[in-house]
Design a protein around this ligand. Structure first.
Ligand code: HAM
Length: 437
């Protein structure tokens, strides 16, 4: 075959997904849970275009994402445009634009698709959907506690058991204070924090070596400290003047607060938790699968009080998280929590040969007006095949229409999962289906 008439690929663009109706049904289910829990805490939904001026990401997103992971191009007017790799700069921009009018504290959420030029692998694609839940205008630790509680309760609403996942928290302020104490500042601190962020992806020997390269003599002390398993021994290992640092108090308060709100929560301090973005300023957290199946974090977030300053606006305290649909789906699959979803169409009308279309259309109309989604199989295939199609499309009920139905105006509603049949007039059958849904 010549180049010109080479057949087109049926695959979607690398690292992206097509959403067939069953995938869309899952996505709708997932988003509904996310919305339900977020709204129950008073969060309201917002949205924005996936196209942003490239400069939005230059200041605070972090080099790796900006230089290696964004889709950036020049538009026909010569502007540099980026497909959003995350939502936080966008929401910060929106708030900066109306800071004076908006009623703080603001509780906002969104479920945007975001784009990152990554090597596709388990848990990582080039386009994913990400729930963003953010609280603006609260300085106090109550906001961090609330945000972690929302994250926890979404996991619970998705059917996760407490033992299936754990939440790890740390405080950027603590790392900063500790590094200042050790004289690790400026570029060295940046290098150190990037290394820490990648620690779990490295062999321990490699991490030790790289830490030594950056810190020289101070590395042994830090290594010891970072390998402590709980907050108490970590504090014990700190230099005296840092043991009462405000960052430690914040961690203690968050641990206590989230446990008070959610007594069974599996939450712990993790001195090596960093998170990739430069804009975090305080508490950071990540949620992990405890099964060992899904190694990378499921999702995470933290406090970013200074981000609005990039718009030359006064700082607005902010805390939030981003929860991706890919890692969550993997988690639900691992723990056998994927829901069994049926079609949004509840009834398929299967037609015997020769039935008058007007009668069929009137029947469908009555069912539809009764609030039930119904489709009509006009294929003229054999009844058995029409039923098979309905079943394959996950439509739970069928009604076969033939001469008897036309004569008596009585119908047999068949539940395809159980095989059970219900014979009655349409109003009664409509009520029957409604009672079940
Ligand atoms: P992030 O950790 O970069 O944070 O992304 C949040 C979550 O999105 C990840 O934990 C993961 O679930 C998902 N995710 C990220 N990249 C990918 C990818 N390539 N493929 C699939 N899933 C992915 C943020 O984006 C912050 N803006 C979150 C935030 C909101 N912080 C405060 N508010």
């Amino acid at each position: 075959m010549s180049e010109n008439n080479k057949k087109l690929s049926r695959e979607p663009y690398k690292g992206t997904r097509d959403f067939y109706p069953e995938d869309m049904a899952f996505q709708k289910w997932l988003f509904a849970k996310m919305r339900e829990v977020s709204e129950s805490y008073g969060y309201v939904e917002y949205g924005a275009s996936p196209l942003e001026p490239a400069e939005l990401y230059a200041a605070k997103t972090g080099e790796e994402i900006v230089n290696e992971q964004t889709y950036t191009f020049e538009d026909r007017g010569g502007r540099k445009v980026t497909l959003r790799p995350e939502m936080t700069p966008t929401v910060a921009r929106m708030i900066a634009a109306r800071r004076r009018e908006l009623p703080f504290p603001l509780r906002w959420y969104s479920i945007p698709n975001v784009f990152r030029y990554e090597q596709p692998q388990k848990g990582r694609l080039r386009e994913h959907y990400q729930l963003n839940v953010d609280l603006f205008g609260v300085k106090g630790i109550e906001a961090d506690i609330e945000i972690i509680s929302v994250a926890y309760n979404i996991m619970k609403a998705l059917g996760a058991k407490d033992e299936n996942f754990e939440i790890r928290i740390n405080n950027r302020k603590l790392l900063l204070a500790l590094n200042k104490h050790l004289g690790i500042t400026g570029d060295k601190y940046q290098e150190f924090s990037k290394l820490l962020d990648k620690k779990d992806k490295m062999e321990s020997g490699e991490f030790e070596k790289k830490l030594k390269d950056i810190l020289g003599g101070g590395s042994a002390f830090l290594l010891g400290l970072l390998s402590t398993r709980d907050l108490e021994s970590f504090i014990g290992g700190l230099p005296k003047d840092l043991q009462e640092h405000e960052s430690i108090k914040e961690i203690e308060e968050v641990l206590l607060g989230v446990k008070f709100n959610n007594p069974k929560i599996n939450v712990k301090f993790s001195p090596t938790l960093m998170r990739g973005f430069d804009y975090y300023t305080g508490i950071v957290f990540e949620v992990f699968d405890t099964s060992g199946e899904n190694k990378r974090s499921l999702f995470g977030g933290g406090r970013y009080d200074e981000l609005l300053a990039i718009f030359d606006e006064e700082e607005v305290p902010a805390v939030g998280f981003g929860m991706g649909d890919v890692t969550i789906r993997d988690f639900l699959e691992t723990h056998k929590l994927l829901p069994k979803l049926e079609s949004s169409t509840k009834v398929s009308l299967c037609l015997m040969e020769g039935v008058a279309p007007d009668f069929v259309n009137n029947t469908a109309k009555t069912i539809r007006e009764g609030g039930i989604n119904v489709s009509t199989d006009w294929s003229q295939k054999k009844i058995g095949d029409q039923i098979k199609s309905a079943d394959k499309a996950k439509i739970p009920y069928i009604i076969v229409i033939g001469d008897d139905e036309v004569k008596t105006n009585t119908f047999i509603l068949k539940n395809l999962a159980t095989g059970k049949e219900e014979k009655n007039g349409l109003p009664e059958l409509i009520e029957f289906i409604k009672a079940r849904n």
